[in-house]
Design a protein around this ligand. Structure first.
Ligand SMILES: Cc1ncc(COP(=O)(O)O)c(C=O)c1O
Length: 385
């Protein structure tokens, strides 16, 4: 009785893996969980206070579907000051997380059979969202020897008369790769040359180490009009459970996205909208602290993993993931990332995400949303296998 469309959709595998690790932990096993996709730091206090205040002040009613004007003005300022993109408030739509906005954006632009070009390794939800639009994902390998950075030349080979969107995720989940400004400019050129849209998922923009994040939409007005920039509160402000995402796009696209969301979801939570205004406009020192902590962990974990026989790992410039090549550890039955991850969980109680779900066959993803102590423990256990 389940429709063809929905029965083809896989549940989010990272969420289910995480659930398994949590269950083992609840049963008393000393699990080291590196499968998580959310910062382990608490939501900053000023943001929590703003949420409480919003409730007390009666922000409990419907707002505009795209989010209150006050929220969209705050996001508009953020885009201008931090990304150099001049989106007016009518070019902004807020929603209940980046996920539904990515879906709404894809559905707004894609007709069945249209092609969406994206990097492999890819964030797993993209594939399900593209399938839900009856569009077709077309993969471009982001090569390990290029530190998983997507290259414009490799993209161009995959462009066909069906291509509608170039989907760019920088910094990347699962590799942490940050695409350079120069390469993004080349990719933007391609979108102009072939008259394509760019869907830029910038949700990890604040977590970059030693490099800068660059927004494609900031290049010029033409690029801005053919780019949908998606971002959110989850990773930048450790607000994953509060569900607040947003996008910037041309007025025409923003209006269509908002029409769609107004029917299926309505506005994002009114309390969280107020909390996110505080996140954007209040002090940013917690964000820098979080970033600094992640950088320390990245350095320690990256160096440690490369000292383990059979494991190699490129040094990522962003997000909180290490995409380690573990094929040197394959032997006998243990010859895939999934089997390796299963063995790791069974023998060492270390939970990681196997690379097959991100489209590669030699890697596992370690999230370093875990304390230094947990990372050191993990490195110790990995020496034993
Ligand atoms: C690349 C990427 N985009 C979007 C999201 C979704 O974020 P949100 O919590 O805002 O739905 C995630 C979450 O894991 C992500 O990794």
């Amino acid at each position: 009785m389940i429709s063809e469309l929905i029965s083809n959709i896989a549940p989010s595998p990272t969420l289910s893996l995480n659930a398994k690790a949590k269950e083992m932990k609840n049963n008393g096993v000393d699990v080291l969980n590196f499968a998580v996709g959310e910062p382990d730091m608490d939501t900053p206090g000023n943001i929590k206070e703003a949420a409480k205040k919003a409730l007390d002040e009666g922000h409990t009613k419907y707002t505009a579907a795209a989010g209150s004007i006050k929220l969209r003005e705050a996001i508009s300022k953020k885009f201008l000051n931090e990304n150099g993109v001049n989106y007016s408030s009518s070019e902004i739509v807020a929603g209940s997380g980046a996920k539904p906005l990515l879906y709404a954006a894809l559905l707004t632009l894609c007709n069945p059979g249209d092609e969406v070009i994206l990097a492999a390794p890819y964030w797993v939800s993209y594939i399900e969202l593209i399938k839900l639009c009856k569009a077709i994902p077309v993969f471009v390998e982001a090569k390990e020897e290029n530190r998983f950075m997507l290259k414009a030349n490799d993209i161009e080979e995959k462009i066909s008369d069906k291509t509608k969107i170039l989907l760019i995720n920088t910094p990347s989940n699962p590799t942490g790769a940050v695409i350079t400004r120069e390469e993004l400019e080349r990719i933007a050129e391609l979108s102009k040359k072939h008259d394509l849209y760019v869907l830029a998922d910038e949700i990890y923009e604040k977590l970059v180490y030693g490099v800068s994040h660059f927004s494609v939409a900031g290049i010029d007005d033409d690029q801005k009009n053919r780019t949908i920039t998606v971002n959110g509160a989850s990773k930048a402000y450790s607000m994953t459970g509060l569900r607040l995402g947003y996008l910037g796009a041309s007025t025409e696209i923003a209006k269509a996205v908002s029409n769609f969301l107004s029917n299926i979801n309505g506005n994002p939570c009114s309390i969280v909208q107020e909390a996110f205004i505080e996140a954007l406009e209040g002090p940013q020192d917690e964000v820098s602290k979080m970033r600094d902590e992640f950088e320390k962990r990245r350095n320690l974990f990256h160096e440690g993993l490369n000292k383990i026989d059979g494991i190699t790992c490129t040094k990522p410039n962003g997000a909180f993931y290490l995409y380690a090549n573990v094929s040197g550890k394959f032997s006998g039955e243990i010859n895939t990332p999934s089997k390796f991850a299963e063995m790791l969980l069974d023998k060492t109680y270390i939970a990681v995400v196997p690379g097959e779900i991100f489209g590669t066959i030699k890697h596992v993803r370690f999230s370093y949303a875990a304390s230094i102590e947990t990372i050191e423990k993990c490195l110790g256990r990995l020496k034993e296998i």
